[in-house]
Design a protein around this ligand. Structure first.
Ligand SMILES: [Zn+2]
Length: 254
């Protein structure tokens, strides 16, 4: 029963994360009633409801009839599922609060990168340093583990970044500096001990998704994106790793 309550709280948290995902890239303040992402009209209360608002409108804004991004109800559902799983594993504890905070950063970063191909420097680095600062107080984590994770991920991703610049000099870099900062956050938040697993999940997901895109293009579909948002897959991979293994393999689900 209490897991249901936690999942409902997760839906509300997801709505809050969506507010950040919608407003941060548009440089709007966080005050004021939500407006339609397409036409800017004030939304009715029921349109704002997590998942339900999108479902009731059938994926199209009631005000202007334009398509609403399915990413937003997905964020609601992922956040709710994340919170329920963390509660199932840790009950109400520091581990749960920490896991939920890390998950929130990953979900917001992954969603904004998916929509805008953009990873913010200052918020990502700020979250990285915050993770290092609190690491000593988190069970199965430590200052050393966080610092080592941050440095190793940073060095590794700078190498990836330079390789991408050399290999694809003409293109818009498929692997940007934002991915380097995101890698540092994942390293600091999960620690060096969990970094290889977390990165592996993300890279496998990105590889699988790229393979699907190539296959779909072969079939002859033209409107297939040329690039994937690599950061989105790093975020999903790290989140999956955190939910399956926890920071110390705490009661693995798989
Ligand atoms: Zn509208």
């Amino acid at each position: 029963m209490d897991v249901v309550l936690v999942a409902l709280a997760g839906l509300l948290l997801g709505a809050l994360l969506n507010l950040v995902i919608i407003r941060l890239p548009r440089e709007q303040g966080f005050g004021g009633w939500p407006r339609c992402t397409r036409c800017g009209q004030r939304l009715a209360w029921w349109q704002v409801l997590p998942v339900l608002g999108w479902l009731v409108q059938g994926g199209r804004a009631r005000c202007c009839g334009q398509r609403l991004d399915v990413l937003h109800p997905l964020v609601d559902l992922i956040t709710a599922g994340t919170l329920a799983l963390l509660y199932f594993q840790h009950r109400l504890s520091i581990s749960m609060v920490y896991g939920a905070t890390v998950a929130a950063v990953l979900i917001v970063t992954g969603a904004i990168d998916w929509q805008h191909r953009l990873i913010y420097t200052l918020p990502t680095l700020g979250a990285t340093f915050a993770a290092v600062l609190v690491a000593f107080a988190i069970p199965h984590h430590s200052l050393l583990n966080a610092l080592a994770g941050m440095v190793v991920a940073g060095v590794l991703f700078v190498i990836f970044y330079l390789l991408a610049r050399v290999l694809f000099p003409a293109h818009r870099a498929p692997f940007g500096l934002g991915d380097v900062y995101l890698g540092m956050f994942i390293g600091a938040a999960l620690g060096l001990t969990n970094l290889p697993g977390a990165l592996l999940y993300g890279m496998l997901l990105a590889g699988a998704f790229s393979a699907v895109l190539v296959a779909v293009r072969r079939i002859g579909k033209r409107d297939v994106p040329q690039y994937i948002s690599y950061g989105t897959f790093l975020c999903i991979g790290a989140l999956m790793y955190l939910l399956i293994w926890g920071l110390a393999g705490a009661r693995p689900l798989l």
